[in-house]
Every structure is written in C-alpha cells, then in structure tokens.
Design a protein around this ligand. Structure first.
Ligand code: AHR
Length: 627
C-alpha cells in the first residue's frame, strides 16, 4: 500500500462524516436510553393493544376479596384521560395483609435498582374515603415484599368530600442492588383510590437530563457528529395516526398523550420526545437531524389538499428547535429549560417515501415542504428521500438519503465502490441507514462488521460526495420482542455491549474532519481494501496517520505499507495497531461474552515509513502512526 502523506496532497473529509441514528425501535428510548423506570406510567398503553383497560405490565397485589382494580377516564390530564382505579375492601392490620394491597410495576423487564442510588418518585393520586388513606411506595426485589429501599409513606385525605387529584413526590434511596426490581404502591385503608402518571427516575442520569448513563456513554464513545432521529419507520407509522407527532411529545411529561408505534409494535409514553432528542444530540456534541412526517406513512398518505397542516408542523418544529425564545414555539422550548436555540441545521422530508410506488406523490409533496422551508429558513439543509446515487435527482435538495441493507456480507463488501460513479455536481449523499442483515449477520457477526468496514472505507474514499453516514439501528433491549436485528448496541436493564458493527464504527470515529490521503493498493487479493487518513488525536493533540485495512478473506495477508512525502518520519513510540478479529468469522458478542469481538490495541514495534505488516484473516486493522 503506497500512501501519499505529503501535507497538501490530501482532501478534508467533512466534519459531519460519522454520526448516529436514533430510532424508537427495539425499546431504544422507552425502556432504553430514556431512564424512566416505570413502564406504562399513565395506564394508557392499552390504547395501543386495542384493550384500553389493559394495565400491563402493572400487577395487582392482593386477591379479589381485598382489592378490585380497573381503569376509567377520570384523569386530570386532558390528553391522557385513562387512570387506574383501585377499590380497597380490607381495612387496617386485621383484614389487610401486613404489607397492604395495591399494584406493582416491573418496569421494562425489571427495574435496575442499585445500592446507594436515589430515585425520584412522582405520582398523581385521588382518593375517596372517610378518613386519611395511608399509601406506601417501596421498591422490592424479584421476590415481592422484600424491601430494597427506604419506603415513602403518604397520608392522603379527601378534602371536604371533593375528589381532587394531588401530586405526590419523594425520593427512594436504595439499600441493595437488584437488576430485576419492582415499584410497589400499597395501602391498608378501605378506600377508592385513583392513580395516574407514576414516574420513577434515577437521579443519576447524564447531566440530570434523563439519559441512562451507560447507554449515553456508548453512543458518545462513537464521537458522533450528528444524530438523526426519531426514525425510520417510527416517524411514518403504518397508519398516519400512529406516526410521530412532535407536538404531542413536548411540554410537561405528565400531559403527553403517548402513542402506539404501530410499525415496531409497542407503546411509548413519549417521555423521550422531540425536546429530549434535541437535548441528547446537544449533549453528544452532535448536530440534530430531524426526520419529520411528510404526510406519508407506510400504508397511506394524505391528499395534496390536506398537506398544509403537515407543512405547518414542520415549520413549527424548526421554530421550536431554533427559533428565538420569544417566538411562539421557541418560547415553549424556553419554558422547558432551553432558552438558547439548538444548533439546528438539517431536516429530512420523510423516511423512505420515495420508493417507486410512492415516487410521484413523494416529489409532489417534497416540493411544497422544500419551498416553505427554504422561504422561512434558507439556511436549513434539506434531505430528500430520493436516491440520486445513479441518476441525477429531478428536484432540488442539499442531500439525499441512501439506505442499504444487503442480505449477506459479500454483497455489502462489494458495495465498497457504490458511489464511485455518482455525479459530483448534484446533492451530497447521506448514507443514513446501512447494515448487513439476515443470512450471515444474525445478531451481529464479525463477518458482517468487516463487510461494513469495507463499505465505510469506500465511503471515506468518496467523502467528497458522501458527507454523512450512520449505522442502523443503534439500540436493542434484548428483553423486548425483537423488532430488528442486528443492532449496534445491545442492553438489558443494567448491562450493555457493542456488537462487532459498533466497534467498527469506533474505528472510523476519527475520520470526521480528518484529511483523506491518497493511497494505492497493489495486491492480487480481492479480499483486501484499505484507506489512509491524517488526523489530530483528541487524546494527546498529536498528529497521526491512520491506515485501515480490511481483510475479508481466510488467509493471512502480508502487506508492505510505504508512506511518502512526510515532512517527518513515522515515530515508533506511541504508534499502535488495533485489530478487530476473532477465532471464527461468525463470532458475536453477548451478555456472557461482551468482549469476544472487540478491538485489541498493541504497540506497533516496527512502525516506520516503510514497514511490512501481517493482516489477520477476517479482520480490520487500524495502524495509527505518530508523525
Ligand atoms: O433501521 C430499521 C428500519 O429500516 C428503519 O426504520 C427504516 O427506515 C428502514 O426500513
């Protein structure tokens, strides 16, 4: 491999090159990055299952002779009227069990409660009783009635026979660790009680913003320069009524109606709403990229005559994100604690709506959004769903969305050159979803990741036209019903690990804003691809030359790497080699073996301007040479 390291021969890779794509899929947000521990906190989730009275996963504590539990539409929250009604028949220690009767919530397949940590409880209660009603809120382990934390006790009175909702708050401090805990709300008083909007949040979240620490860190470690959100098909819905309506996801969390994501088939209370997604992007140091619903879903679309509200929604959403705090929607953002506009520069008009059967209607609608947005916000960069990689687009766009999910790794490997012939005069390319799926990808194999690494090397090579790239999907809660595999980050209530595809992305995290260097690969093997970049390390502020080599074959490859044109020689000290490989190309990571396929870094003893290296079978290697 001959690399031209002369200072002026390279070209900059866009600063926005590598990003992340957050979609509410596989419980990525609800039961994932969003740290809320109570599942179905407003008792509304039944609206999604078609049985409004379903309170799943809440469970009743006490038998039918002691307590009767149902739902009714008496909540104080106008947009989510469902409340839990508990009629308690027992009274006092003689007829109630010692720990009382009530309900418990297991969270999203078990709450992760850790010793010494604090959890904030908020809940709304209404009571009908002849005297004060005692309420105990506690945390139990998997075995009921074994308390793990301080208990909060409330005494609630009916006020002059007027039924009134009151807000109760408290802090639970855990005395033990249990990854499979429950929140329990019990009483020993005969009464009728209503509960609604019961929330339990760890105090320990990223900057107190509600993001689960370990999952936030895993994304941050990818150094994403942008965050695309909130989907994916989640934006569209199968039916339009189930698409993502950003205005329903902002403001006080208690008042958000929540919605059923009918593509990935679960309820979300939208605690992780539009504001929180903008906030997580900011916290990651990533530019937000909002994919908005353009009046098209997977199964239906609005007529052109009914498009105006969708256009207004998009304009209002942009104002919410970047408008002045005195503007209509900017003031709502300010009231949520973010008076400063977000650094908001990109929108995508819909998701995957320019498929052939939709194409004409998509473009008709696209023009309307494009005109309205460019008129109000000429600086906003607009992303079209139509593929301009082979033939030029017939409409204006700043970027085009490109999605690619080959069914096997060889196919992805061969996509290394997919943008070589793309017109350089049209819009830039945003590869906003890519991954190998199915056959040999399974839950995320080494082989699939290597093919993706080769594809990314091809994107780096074409980064004069390909300005952005992110893998999909980002997250999976392994306890949930699988919506989509493979994914980059797998987790349960308390653990997380990266799939090999995640680790490949880390190997490319220095590429954003780096200098792409010319290199020529001379080899008889058709299993090798390579690239070279120059970058300044954020760790030691020194300049490195990074050569990445993918070996997609079963043989060791010997490669001579020659670097010409450097003003100084490669220094052996601090030069390293990082290899991602495993003993079997189909190896995956798992909770029991999270580090089976992870990059291993070692000193590069023979680092020099002219060195011979061995490239392991089925591997990607990053040589980081201090220059
Ligand atoms: O990444 C999973 C899904 O794949 C996305 O929701 C959709 O855009 C694509 O079809």
């Amino acid at each position: 491999l001959m690399v031209d390291g002369s200072p002026n021969s390279g070209r900059p890779i866009p600063n926005t090159f590598l990003g992340a794509f957050f979609e509410e899929i596989n419980h990525a947000g609800a039961g994932g990055l969003w740290a809320e521990l109570v599942s179905n906190r407003g008792f509304e989730a039944g609206r999604g299952s078609g049985s409004p009275s379903s309170i799943y996963p809440w469970r009743v504590i006490g038998n039918e002779s002691l307590i009767s539990v149902s739902t009714d539409l008496t909540s104080c929250f106008e947009r989510n009227k469902m409340a839990l009604r508990m009629e308690v028949f027992c009274n006092g220690p003689k007829s109630c069990p010692p720990a009382g009767v009530g309900v418990s919530n297991p969270g999203y397949w078990g709450m992760n409660i850790e010793k010494g940590k604090k959890y904030k409880l908020v809940m709304y209660v209404k009571v009908k009783a002849s005297g004060p009603v005692d309420l105990q809120v506690s945390l139990t382990g998997s075995v009921h009635r074994v308390n793990m934390a301080s208990i909060i006790s409330f005494s609630v009175m009916t006020d002059n026979n007027i039924l009134k909702w009151i807000k109760l708050e408290g802090i639970l401090e855990s005395k033990a660790t249990n990854h499979n805990s429950n929140l329990q709300i019990t009483t020993t008083t005969r009464a009728i009680l209503w509960l609604d909007q019961v929330s339990l949040m760890p105090l320990d979240t990223y900057k107190g913003h509600g993001f689960r620490m370990d999952l936030f860190k895993m994304v941050a470690d990818l150094k994403p320069k942008f965050l695309r959100f909130p989907g994916g098909c989640f934006v569209e819905g199968y039916y339009l009524k189930n698409g993502f309506k950003w205005k329903n996801t902002i403001g006080a969390w208690e008042q958000r109606p929540g919605h059923y994501g009918d593509v990935w088939k679960y309820w979300t209370d939208d605690g992780f709403g539009f504001f929180e997604m903008l906030q997580v992007a900011e916290d990651l140091g990533a530019l937000p990229i909002w994919v908005f619903n353009n009046g098209m879903s997977i199964g239906e679309e609005v007529n052109m005559s009914a498009l105006s509200p969708f256009i207004q929604d998009a304009l209002d959403g942009i104002e919410f994100a970047k408008g002045s705090p005195s503007s209509k929607w900017g003031s709502v953002r300010a009231s949520m604690g973010h008076p400063e506009p977000f650094d908001f520069r990109f929108v995508a008009v819909g998701n995957e709506n320019c498929f052939p059967h939709h194409e004409v209607h998509y473009q008709e609608k696209y023009f309307k959004f494009y005109d309205a947005i460019k008129r109000a916000y000429p600086e906003i960069r607009i992303i079209s769903n139509c593929d301009g990689s082979k033939t030029p687009l017939n409409h204006p766009a700043d970027l085009i969305d490109f999605h690619i999910y080959p069914n096997n790794s060889m196919d992805m490997f061969s996509k290394y050159s997919v943008f070589d012939k793309t017109s350089r005069s049209g819009p830039k390319v945003f590869v906003s979803e890519y991954a190998v799926v199915k056959d040999d990808a399974r839950n995320g194999t080494l082989l699939a990741a290597l093919a993706e690494a080769a594809f990314l090397i091809g994107l780096e090579r074409n980064s004069d036209i390909v300005h952005m790239v992110c893998y999909a999907p980002l997250f999976i809660n392994k306890n949930g019903r699988y919506s989509w595999i493979p994914d980059a980050i797998a987790f349960n209530s308390h653990e997380s690990y990266g799939t090999p595809s995640y680790w490949v992305q880390q190997l490319f995290s220095e590429s954003s804003g780096a200098i792409y260097l010319k290199s020529t690969l001379q080899t008889s093997s058709n299993s090798i691809v390579a690239s070279a970049i120059g970058y300044r390390s954020s760790q030691d502020s020194k300049t490195y030359l990074r050569v990445k080599v993918v070996n997609f074959g079963s043989e060791i490859e010997k490669l001579r790497i020659t670097i010409n044109g450097l003003s100084s020689n490669v220094q052996q000290s601090r030069s390293t080699k990082t290899v991602l490989t495993s003993s079997n190309k189909m190896d995956e990571n798992s909770f029991s073996q999270p580090n089976k396929v992870v990059p291993r870094k070692s000193a590069l003893e023979n680092a020099s301007n002219n060195m011979v290296v061995s490239i392991s079978p089925y591997s990607v290697t990053s040589f980081d040479l201090l220059v």
